[in-house]
Write a protein that binds this ligand. Structure first.
Ligand code: G6P
Length: 453
């Protein structure tokens, strides 16, 4: 069995003394696939993303069961920053803003050629590594052309593809140039089976195929709603480093205050800015919460090679500062914002959460919505966007919001903070049950069985 994804389970950095330090990769895809360890005998083909990764490839350093592809840095930059994260991510999350975007010009065509080269590098590596009849599970929007390319090279393989993002509805997908739209769909349809996180994304994909590719052909489509890994999270969140960070965080929050917690990559689709605006609205509309609540927002830098992501990170920081200046008092800092990635500190915040705020504009699943209820010490209330994939499973016991409506979101925060403890406990129990229904290991095996079956 082989897995292919842009981001792999591990990344490397060169330390001051020249040695290589490894750390866990971030994001929903890696969390989901964490279930496959080296003992599974699987080979995970991924990309060298950092200078440290490239150095690791050069030195022949690596983990068992992981092969990093070192495609030329400029080809990777075009494919990853230019096409995957500036075009395909924006299409599937419906993030473009007219009148300026999108513009598919000659530069886009040049980057598209790199995207093809990048996908071909994966297809060739997989063709070379796979045993006769092996199952290959290709992941996400970075690698949409791989199934078709691999099918041509190795008709004997069982090929699956899984999307960790939403899929755009046909009216929005139609923004892509016609030939590119068809190429993406045909690339995907090279797979025997395609997986999506929710029925809604699977249906959107099917609708796109009907409109632009003459239907699904022989390819089957299935839904696998990735859940939280309760055992791992519960054990990890009680380790010493998490306790230490909890103590520090409690200091920052102050005695006896409620917490509204969010943890995201600084990513436009996560809607962090509107979350802060909603919190400000809450402090405006409901002065009784002043001094009594703290918004703990961890916004970890993501895709910082792209100006639009850097600007977004800066805007989040600016607005948090503004709220603190506007409302803060000597003993109360209304927003505690951290932008440096720290998994142990995220778990500490999860444990302290009274309310979890998850308000994306659009999100494939959003694992944070599932993780916080599992880890929270007192059982948290969940304010959840109707546009997160997780809403399909958690909607009944969450407080649902329209992610664009900051007044409604402010009211939802008030409702969540005011929930009677016994209601909160009951709802939180049901959230945990729904959030852990399909843990990563089961999620992965289900896909594999469906592909082989
Ligand atoms: C989402 C995508 C993943 C990606 C992750 C982190 O979850 O679906 O494919 O790995 O974001 O983004 P990054 O660009 O840092 O890999």
């Amino acid at each position: 069995m082989l897995v292919a994804s842009n981001r792999g389970p591990v990344s490397y950095a060169v330390a001051d003394d020249g040695s290589l330090r490894s750390r866990r990769g971030g994001g929903g895809l890696v969390s989901g696939l964490s279930a496959i360890g080296p003992e599974s005998g699987a080979l995970w083909v991924c990309s060298a993303l950092s200078d440290g990764d490239r150095e690791a490839v050069r030195r022949g350093v690596g983990e068992d069961g992981v092969r990093m592809l070192d495609v030329p840095a400029d080809v990777h930059a075009d494919a990853y920053n230019g096409i995957a994260n500036s075009v395909l991510w924006f299409v599937h999350h419906m993030l473009y803003q007219t009148p300026l975007e999108p513009v598919f010009d000659a530069e886009f065509r040049r980057q598209w050629a790199s995207y093809e080269t990048y996908n071909r590098a994966f297809a060739e590596a997989l063709a070379e590594e796979a045993a006769e009849g092996a199952a290959v599970l290709v992941q996400d929007y970075h690698l949409t052309l791989v199934p078709g390319m691999l099918r041509e090279l190795r008709p004997d393989l069982r090929i699956g593809h899984f999307s960790h993002t939403p899929w755009a509805p046909p009216e929005y997908f139609a923004m892509l140039p016609d030939d590119i739209a068809r190429q993406v769909l045909r690339g995907m349809l090279g797979a025997d089976r395609l997986g999506f996180l929710t029925r809604r994304w699977a249906d959107a994909f099917t609708a796109c195929c009907e409109r632009f590719a003459g239907g699904l052909g022989d390819t089957r489509v299935g839904v696998h709603g990735l859940g939280a890994d309760a055992d791992f999270l519960r054990a990890r969140s009680h380790e010493a480093d998490v306790d230490e960070r909890m103590a520090a965080l409690k200091e920052e929050i102050g005695e006896g205050r409620r917490t509204i917690v969010r943890v995201d990559r600084t990513e436009l689709s996560k809607n962090i800015v509107r979350g802060l605006l909603a919190y400000r609205q809450l402090l405006d509309d409901r002065p009784e919460w002043r001094e009594r609540v703290v918004h703990v927002a961890f916004a970890y830098p993501s895709r910082q090679d792209l100006a639009v992501y850097r600007d977004y990170t800066a805007e989040v920081q600016r607005l948090a500062e503004e709220i603190n200046e506007q409302y803060g008092t000597p003993g109360w800092r209304p927003v505690v914002l951290h932008v440096k990635d720290d998994f142990a500190r995220s778990l500490a915040a999860y444990r302290l959460a009274d309310v979890a705020l998850v308000n994306p504009i659009r999100d494939g699943m959003n694992l944070v919505a599932k993780e916080v209820p599992v880890v929270s010490d007192t059982g948290c209330a969940l304010v959840l966007s109707r546009e997160a994939g997780a809403h399909e499973e958690l909607g009944e016991d969450a407080i649902t919001v329209n992610p664009y409506d900051v007044v409604q979101t402010a009211e939802a925060l008030h409702e969540a903070l005011s929930m009677r403890p016994e209601d909160r406990t009951e709802r939180s129990k049901r959230l945990v049950a729904a959030a852990t229904a399909l843990p990563p290991a089961r999620w992965f095996l289900d896909q594999l069985e469906a592909l082989r079956g």
